[in-house]
Write a protein that binds this ligand. Sequence first.
Ligand SMILES: Cc1cc2nc3c(=O)[nH]c(=O)nc-3n(C[C@H](O)[C@H](O)[C@H](O)COP(=O)(O)OP(=O)(O)OC[C@H]3O[C@@H](n4cnc5c(N)ncnc54)[C@H](O)[C@@H]3O)c2cc1C
Length: 489
Amino acid sequence: MPQRKGEGIYNVVVIGAGTAGLVTAAGTAGLGGRVALIERHKMGGDCLNFGCVPSKALISSARLIDKINRAEEWGLRKTEPQFDFNEVLTRMRARRAQIAPNDSQERFESLGVDVFRGQAKFRSANEVEVDGAILGAKNFVIAAGSRAAIPKVEGIESVPYFTNETIFDELNFKPASMIVLGGGPIGCELGQTFARLGVQVTIMQRGSRLLPREDRDVSEFLEKRLKDENVSVMTNSEVRSVARADSKIDIKIAQRTSGEAACETNIVADALLICIGRRPNIDNLGLDSIGVDADKRGVKVNSYLQTSQPHIYAAGDIVGPFLFTHMADAHARVVVRNILMPFQFLRQKIDYAVVPWCTYVDPEIATVGLNETAAREKNIEYDLIVQKLAEVDRAVVESEESGFAKVLVAKGTDKVLGATLVCESAGDLLHEFVLAMKCRVGLGTISSTIHVYPTLAELARKIGDKYNKTRLTPTARKVFGWLYRRNLH
Ligand SMILES: Cc1cc2nc3c(=O)[nH]c(=O)nc-3n(C[C@H](O)[C@H](O)[C@H](O)COP(=O)(O)OP(=O)(O)OC[C@H]3O[C@@H](n4cnc5c(N)ncnc54)[C@H](O)[C@@H]3O)c2cc1C
């Protein structure tokens, strides 16, 4: 006889209905497990509500605005894009609403998941409390995600500011100007987007360059592109204090210039968006009381994603180190399998060898595996193949030839160590290299694979061809020359 919701012992209780929690719950229920899912805020977590989905919907409108602004490049008459800021935001929310049913409570209940709404807290290592109910389980999955970090600077509590959690729903006017604190992926994506929507944007970055995880030439490319689009980019800049100035926000900044002491300056803007990084949601879960190790970087797990209490797993942003929806999904799949397996030797380790990501600036910047910086840091010898987009016919006919691709191969071989693509649809194009790395397919094979002409995918084939040319040694050239001469006789 099936047990009533909340009663008896669950196979798995999952805390957090973001990607990691949803995939864990759906996977467990699909395999026949009894599973409870607890969410304190919105079903779908950050990705659906305050992250990937709304940001990419806004980016889509902003990209069209940019194309209209560049109409002459397609032989059209110069024209001003006509749009209403609020209507663009409304469209973004409508697109999000179209996807939302996939993550809804109703859908998950229809899959056989018991969904509870409220703040979850461990009462013991075998019980979680939510909204007065106590749920017992054999296994738990902490998938509580992350939130925007807020800088501890003077005055921050006295000014209104946006984070990813508020910007998509609470911004109800078009600010004339906006300061974006943070030049990482989220700051760059949203900075470029709001600039294209007609806001005067300043991106302020503490470090010396944007997207510090990428190679320097990639950061420089993006910085130039943003500046060309009238985004102000301030690097080496640290916020000292913030204050209200009438209806605006006044930010004092210390900017370091090369070799000199920091000089103080200030900027006044209508809106402030904070994107300086993420903090794991480890507070108020009662982790201390049950002996689950966690620190400011997140919940500590072994390679099976078990916490210091082996029956309690953790997945997604709360674990890190890659804060992406696809990583949360990958964690969840490993967790579902590992909970089902009765013995440790049957459990799967999480594999971080081939982790791709994409920053959805325009043009996109997508990376997998090693870049030059990482290879040098790890003392890994490599050969570098660079391909300009300007040599890919499809990019030229589409007037999207700005960008390049860099592929690292193990020195003297065609084994792909990593790839960075900076171009239109880079996030999609990257997957040829992702699969190549995963399945150990070399550039030689990519070169000999027939690619459709004219597509942007030819980028990969051209990189393969460039690799092949490096194999044409002087001796091989002599042999071929001899064969041709012989052929003429
Ligand atoms: C602006 C922005 C854009 C992004 N764009 C991309 C992108 O394009 N591609 C990409 O791959 N990634 C992107 N990300 C990252 C992506 O959103 C996250 O990596 C992903 O959402 C992590 O999923 P998660 O399940 O670990 O956590 P979350 O989605 O944060 O879900 C955790 C859930 O747990 C709930 N919760 C927390 N504590 C408790 C508790 N005690 N009790 C009950 N519930 C609790 C929260 O309310 C939340 O719903 C973006 C992030 C941001 C902020």
